[in-house]
Design a protein around this ligand. Structure first.
Ligand code: PDD
Length: 285
């Protein structure tokens, strides 16, 4: 595969690709994980919920005291330019902004020049059979910091949880903090329990997923009874259906949690109904 087929990017004004573009050794993203990111995607070549992703990028920036030097419109223009150059209907759009480079010191200057990356690449691979059969997850302690609503590049706890899941033969891990379910390593989580669609509250404990928001809006329109509240482990195990939501997964059914079967052990009707509605919303947005 050529470099361009693996994706193309814009890094502080220069076009390049993911293999050969370079940032400085003393970039605070590399030194401290001092940065934020976003992952969006296209349907039929058109960016999906891009305004919402850019708005969240700005909320994440404000949350880490990072002043962006570019506007949302400027970032959007670059993303659209990259999409034209990439010329594929299916693409993932990636934004990453770090505080920039400076001699290593926790204290940062106010007037730093952020490192800005906008990238476009093929969408993340999701095994198609998992969409049909549903996936297996394990639960792990949520060892992240207290601002999980900010989409920062400090993803070490998420990566360790994902690794643990992989070694256990599972697709992903669901995280539990203070005995309550938070989210997946890169996804939000929904339960179908006693005729209600239940998902954790969007506070500082989880990322306010764009897909989560779309699913809630669609479910409300269809007439589902929706509850955003704390969920404990017993309820998670008792749910008739569980599914994950994210930009790359859309809605992914979960059929085994910690060796316990969810509901009938197959993807359920609520998932199917909502995924169908989500797909048609995404296709014609
Ligand atoms: N992850 N929770 C976490 C911790 C996430 O990292 C993500 C997204 C989500 C779902 O958010 P959204 O629906 O806006 O994609 C929830 C992206 C896809 C990633 O890290 O690749």
């Amino acid at each position: 595969m050529s470099h361009a087929a693996n994706g193309i990017l814009w890094l502080n004004g220069q076009f390049g690709d993911f293999q050969t573009s370079r940032v400085a050794l003393e970039d605070r993203g590399f030194q401290f994980g001092d940065g934020i990111y976003e992952v969006a995607r296209t349907y039929n070549g058109v960016p999906f919920m891009l305004r919402e992703h850019i708005a969240r990028l700005f909320r994440s920036a404000a949350g880490i005291d990072l002043t962006l030097t570019m506007s949302g419109d400027e970032l959007t223009v670059i993303a659209r330019d990259l999409l034209i150059r990439f010329s594929s209907d299916d693409a993932e759009i990636y934004f990453q902004i770090t505080r920039g480079a400076a001699p290593r010191n926790l204290l940062y200057a106010d007037e730093m020049q952020p490192t800005v990356i906008v990238g476009v690449r093929p969408p993340r691979y999701v095994p198609p059979e998992l969409r049909e059969t549903g996936c297996h997850v394990i639960t792990v302690p949520d060892e992240r910091w207290a601002r999980c609503d900010l989409k920062t590049i400090c993803l070490l706890p998420n990566a360790l949880a994902k690794g643990r899941a992989h070694r256990a033969g599972a697709f992903d891990a669901l995280m539990i903090r203070d005995k309550l379910l938070t989210e997946g390593t890169a996804s939000n989580v929904f339960l179908w329990l006693n005729e209600k669609l239940i998902t954790p509250v969007a506070d500082n404990r989880i990322l306010h997923g764009i897909t989560r928001g779309v699913v809630l809006k669609i479910a409300r329109e269809i007439g589902y009874s929706i509850v955003e509240r704390d969920i404990n482990r017993e309820e998670l195990y008792a749910a008739q259906e569980v599914f994950l939501t994210s930009t790359s997964l859309e809605l992914m059914p979960v059929v085994i949690i910690d060796d316990k079967t969810v509901g009938t052990g197959a993807a359920g009707d609520a998932h199917r109904d909502l995924h169908t509605a989500f797909r048609s919303f995404a296709q014609k947005h």
